[in-house]
Design a protein around this ligand. Structure first.
Ligand code: FSX
Length: 362
């Protein structure tokens, strides 16, 4: 079986200069939350790595994840990653259709058995597998068949990671996450509806360079999901001072105050939105004046309540902020809320969680 080309040869072919490549590695180091001195190690690993075959499966989803990863300004690290991987199958992006498309998937699986990476976006219907089929193959069968020879699976988007919008009540298709079907392969969850493009490509870059990244309890890479949006939000000083916007057109909203009372889920949402941001680092929802919807967390469609505040007693907003200043306890409490299993503990300690949240199924 012929080996795939070395990355350094592919990059040369695409006219990527040494200077551009090193700049890219420095950016990757920062995106992966690694110190700048790791850039040469990333460069070394990327140069000697072989382009992995990637089979991208899209199931029950809105194509937002693919839109996100492709809508970027060139040249970007997203472009580079597309040069650095061999994207052998992707319903939306591939030119082939019909039998030729399926032949490409089968060929990639056969030629790269045990080495290819499967990226999945979208949930899988199990109530009746016939609800969603590609080339006459149910999503369930295609996932099982393709995952069998994979080295690892990357579940991109909240739908693939936790079931997402398809899983939301009343979940008519019985939509489930990839991890509920595949139990014998490493799975990396990259949630978000959609995920940040740089985070998607950063995870693929990490896999190329250093293998599977360190994951949290929800199988998310800690480098990108290690902190809550609240931890790094530029509006955090207003939160700590108890200064909250009460409506979308009041003095607080115009002054850029904290959006917590307008339903912001930043305290319970782990994501790199506040640091990496979107559209080449231009902005992110809170910076645009909108509360975080918590889209990187399980069941956010059901639990989010978009404009419903996390806590009810008004006095406790400030109490949480003071606790955070005192020693990060509030951040700890917010993190505890991330885990549905941690909800009861959080309530015992801080009594600031809305009872509505506790009634959600675990
Ligand atoms: Fe889901 Fe992605 Fe939201 Fe949409 O593929 S995570 S509905 S952005 O498209 O799966």
């Amino acid at each position: 079986m012929p080996d795939t080309p070395l990355l350094k040869d592919t990059m040369k072919l695409h006219g990527i200069s040494r200077r551009g490549f090193m700049k890219y590695c420095a950016t990757l180091a920062s995106v992966m939350a690694l110190p700048p001195m790791m850039a040469p190690r990333i460069a070394e690993a990327l140069e000697t790595a072989r382009r992995p075959s990637v089979i991208w499966l899209s199931f029950q989803e809105c194509t937002g994840c693919t839109e996100a990863i492709t809508r970027s300004h060139a040249p970007t690290i997203e472009d580079l990653i597309f040069n650095a991987i061999s994207l052998d199958y992707h319903h939306t992006l591939q030119a082939a259709s019909g039998h030729a498309a399926e032949a490409a998937r089968e060929h990639a699986m056969k030629e790269n058995y045990g080495k290819y990476v499967v990226v999945v976006d979208g949930s899988i219907p199990i109530k009746d597998p016939g609800f969603s089929c590609i080339a006459g193959i149910s999503n369930l069968d295609m996932l099982k068949e393709t995952a069998a020879g994979a080295a690892a699976i990357v579940s991109v988007g909240t739908c693939a990671a936790y079931g997402g919008v398809g899983h939301a009540a009343p979940n008519p298709t019985g939509a489930v996450a990839v991890s509920e079907i595949i139990k014998d392969k490493p799975i990396i969850n990259v949630p978000g509806c959609p995920p940040i493009p740089v985070v998607m490509t950063g995870v693929l870059a990490h896999f190329l360079t250093f293998g599977i990244p360190e994951l949290d309890e929800l199988a998310r890479p800690k480098a990108f999901f290690g902190e809550s949006i609240h931890d790094r939000c530029y509006r955090r000083p207003f939160y700590d001072k108890g200064m909250f916007a009460e409506s979308f057109d009041d003095e607080g909203a115009r002054g850029g105050w904290c959006l917590y009372k307008l339903g912001c889920k930043g305290p319970t949402t782990k994501s790199a939105c506040a640091t990496v941001k979107w559209n080449n680092g231009v902005s992110f929802p809170i910076e645009a004046g909108h509360p975080c919807l918590g889209c990187t967390e399980p069941d956010f469609w059901d639990n989010g309540g978009f404009y419903k505040p996390l806590s009810v007693p008004a006095g406790d907003y400030r109490k949480l902020g003071v606790a955070a200043v005192a020693g990060g306890a509030a951040v700890g409490a917010a993190s505890a809320l991330l885990s549905r299993a941690g909800k009861a503990k959080a309530v015992r300690e801080h009594e600031t969680v809305d009872a509505h949240d506790l009634e959600k199924p675990s």
